[in-house]
Each structure stands twice: as structure tokens, then as C-alpha cells.
Design a protein around this ligand. Sequence first.
Ligand SMILES: [Zn+2]
Length: 314
Amino acid sequence: MRINIDKLKTHTFKIVIAPTLAIFLGLASAANLAADTVQVFACEPEWSSLAEEIGGDRVKAFSATHAQQNPHFIRARPSLIAKVRKSDLIFCSGAGLEVGWLPILIQKAGADLQPGTNGYLMAGDHVQLIEQPHSHVDRSMGDIHPEGNPHVHMDPRNILIIAKELTKRLSSIDPGSSEFYAGQFDSFSKRWSEALSGWEKEISDLTEHPIVTHHKSFSYFVNWANLKDVGAIEPKPGLPPTIRDLNNLYTSIKDIDELLIIRSPYDPAKGATWLGEKTSRPAIVMPYTIGGNAKVTDLFSLFDESIRLLKSSL
Ligand SMILES: [Zn+2]
């Protein structure tokens, strides 16, 4: 029998070589994609979420903390050091929030991403910090926030300012995609501005409404929303309240109607619960960041849900 070599060749190509080639090319392009993806090490979920909004599929973002963790204090675990080593951009709140752990991670990782480089983005460096101490800072003023309040993401206007800076940084790290990032920013900025006017309208019902927070985590929100800060459960940032502190706070607010009492998911529940029982008001757990409750899956739902929770408690 004569074998048609050409036919056999074609056949072999079809059943063996072609699929192998396809798999190989597929793997190669997946590997290329992974190598080309900008690796973002975010300290908190709000920043990994913003990196995803602007970076789309050209960015792979990781958050070192989750919503139930107190971002002031986490352990500089070896897995985090490895993540820092692989990253192209470190994106955090700054203003001292991560001072207890981020410098250790960077030092141990031997990373090039030092302050002052394009790959080191601290949100607090780009917005107006509030609650900056006017004079000399010492331990008697509390354990944390010596540079001013670092919880900047809770003012929705700050998100847009930081998104713009993030777009610049991504474009300098990955110049080939700069047009893509600019387009992503435009789309985000449009959607955010629309959402912002809706939130401003909704929250205006609460203008000057009295509120007690656990920690100063919500000061930017309180400012933006024109709420009236009438006290904090922590007598100073980072200091747990004594019974005497709580009693003093109660005395000062006990005649207020419909007081709002809020804390973050990671704040200890005790103080807020105690005050809530004394005043017969709900102690609201505000989401604070993405994942803070099941409804909060991105920055938009963070503000939707925060406003909804406050309004529904009245
Ligand atoms: Zn704080």
C-alpha cells in the first residue's frame, strides 16, 4: 500500500502539532500577561479596590489587610514580605497609619520601592490631612496619628484625587498602557462624580446630626457629611476608654435625641455597645472598607451602604 506522506503530515499536524502549538502559545501568552501585569501591594482593601478600578486587567492587586483587621497593627509576616518583593507599586494610606509594619516589610523585602519613588504611593501625601496636631506630639496625646488623621479614604472627594495620582503612577510604571489607564480614569471619574452628587444629596438630611465614633476612623466622613462630632469612645486615638471616660462621655451626650453611634468592624464592640444600651440607640457597625459587610464589594457600595446604615437608624 502506498502511503500518502503529504496527507499523513497534514493529518499529524492537525491532531498532534496544532493543539500542542495552541496550548504552548496559550501558555506563553498567559505567562506574558502575568509578567506584564502590574503587581500592586495595597495595605488596605480600599486601595486594592481603587487599583482594580483604574488598572482593570492590567493590574493584579493584593491587600495586606482585610476589613476585620485593624490596619494600624498587623504582623509583618514572611508571606507579606514576599508579596512586597514581587510588587511594582506599594499603595497605602500613609500618614503614619502603617508605620508599625510597612517600613519593616519594605526593609526585609529589600525592595526598591522606597519613599520618593514612583512605586511608592501614599494616599495621605496627596490630600489635605485633618486633625494635624498644632504643637509638640507626645504619648499623652494618644498612641497614633501624630501626623494627622490617616483614614483619608472616608471622604469620597479624596478618592478622586488619589485615583488621579494612581493613574499617573500606573502610567509611569507601565507606559505602554498609559492610554488605557487614562481611559479607565475618565470612566471612573465620571461614575464617581455622579455617585458623589447622589451621596451629597442623600446625606444632606443629616447635616449637623450628632455622632459619636469609636476611633477617629470616620473623621473624614463626618467632615464631608457635615455631621456634628460630639465625642469619641477612645479618649485619645489608640487609647481604650476607662469606665470613667465612658461615664464622662455619657454625661456629655445623654440629652441628645437620636444620637448616632458608630464603630468600624475591627474596633472593640464593648464601648459602643455600652453607650448604645445607656442611650437606647443602636451601635452601628459601619463597613469602613471593602468587605466591611457583605453588601460592600467596592468603593461605590462602601459609601452607598454607609449612608444607608446611618439613615436607617433614625
Ligand atoms: Zn487611626
